[in-house]
Design a protein around this ligand. Structure first.
Ligand SMILES: NC(=O)c1ccc[n+]([C@@H]2O[C@H](COP(=O)([O-])OP(=O)(O)OC[C@H]3O[C@@H](n4cnc5c(N)ncnc54)[C@H](O)[C@@H]3O)[C@@H](O)[C@H]2O)c1
Length: 322
């Protein structure tokens, strides 16, 4: 089995490659990544010499380059993690997000059709459902899409494209929409690594608004196991929500990181809120739990300590990232 993993030099993609290579030593994994500021080739160093792994530096919006990889590797499954992923950047440069996240996904889907690729899996996000007020419950896979920022709008557009390709051209697709991930190898622009490295340096910790925005947090290895189940047992044309059990406000996370590191909360600085900032996301993941038997295994309290320790012990990795 050959799996093409796009965006595999980024946070979740690299964790997914490590997870799959360990679990399925006889699978061939091909990573296609253009190495934007968010991609880090050093992350993949431990596996670059493996005969079961190949890295290709290419852009998912480049049809000829993508087609060449498909001709050479004939992937059985494509898992598309490649994306511009930071909401703040999407507010400053929306066009790049539309281009990479939407057109890039379309290019991959077109090339899959050309090569009769047996399975295309699109990695999406809970953010496509938009703000979910506390009295509105949680979104199932059938909830309307209501993205609030250019990042989530570009991801929603990509979801709709691959689902339309399934219906129109019969492309075998699955889509997963996951909540916030945390764990090793995440870029230091994102909340948990940002607060951890600032606290480690004794620097002020910038928190948007009053910090009361709520997110659901899933340890990255649990996201990897969910995608593994979907690509092996998921039903073509279906969407699967993926969420952990832990809803936390941003300010509670920041305080927890400070307490793990034995630092004082006087480092916290509240800043002007992000434009269009969603207050809360909430998705219902009973479909993947009931139909595929998936469940998360890492409790937030353990995962956050492991993650903070990882950033403490891997300064060289994130120093190169800043
Ligand atoms: N991080 C989260 O909490 C989270 C939650 C739900 C869904 N997601 C989704 O998971 C996927 C991965 O997220 P992440 O946090 O690992 O992102 P990331 O920013 O850490 O990594 C993205 C990777 O994609 C690569 N890339 C960007 N543009 C590319 C292009 N045009 N061609 C080829 N490669 C390109 C980058 O070089 C990088 O290696 C994204 O699709 C994101 O929308 C992320």
């Amino acid at each position: 089995m050959t799996i093409l993993v796009t965006g595999g030099a980024g946070f979740i993609g690299s964790n997914f490659i490590f997870y799959m290579m360990k679990k399925y030593p006889d699978y061939r994994i091909v990573c296609l990544d253009s190495l934007t500021y968010a991609g880090n080739i050093n992350t993949l160093k431990p596996i670059t010499d493996s005969p079961m792994f190949r890295f290709v530096k290419a852009d998912i919006t480049d049809t000829a380059a993508v087609d060449k990889v498909f001709c050479e590797e004939k992937p059985d499954t494509v898992v598309n993690f490649a994306a511009e992923s930071h909401v703040d950047r999407s507010i400053i440069s929306p066009a790049l997000f539309t281009y990479t996240n939407t057109i890039g996904t379309q290019v991959l889907a077109d090339v899959c059709i050309k090569h009769n690729t047996p399975h295309f899996h699109q990695i999406s996000t809970d953010e496509v459902y938009g703000d979910t007020a506390a009295d509105k419950g949680c979104c199932t896979e059938n909830a309307p899409l209501c993205p609030s920022n250019p990042y989530s709008a570009s991801k929603a557009a990509a979801d709709l494209l691959v689902l339309a390709y399934h219906r129109t051209y019969g492309l075998p697709v699955t889509v997963s929409r996951c909540t916030n991930n945390y764990g090793p190898y995440q870029h230091t622009e994102k909340l948990i690594p940002l607060m951890t490295v600032k606290a480690l340096g004794g620097l002020p910790l910038p928190v948007y608004g009053d910090g009361s925005n709520i997110r659901n947090w899933l340890y990255v290895a649990d996201h990897c196991s969910a995608v593994d189940m979907i690509i092996h047992h998921g039903k073509s044309g279906e969407i699967y929500n993926i969420s952990g059990g832990e809803d936390m406000s941003n300010i509670d996370i920041v305080k927890l990181i400070l307490s793990i590191l034995g630092k004082d909360s006087s480092l916290i600085r509240f800043t002007a809120d992000r434009k269009g900032h969603d207050r809360r996301y909430c998705i219902d993941s009973s479909k993947i739990r009931n139909e595929l038997g998936w469940k998360p295994t890492v409790a937030f309290d353990d995962g956050i300590r492991q993650t903070v320790d990882w950033y403490k012990e891997n300064r060289k990795w994130w120093n190169n990232n800043i």
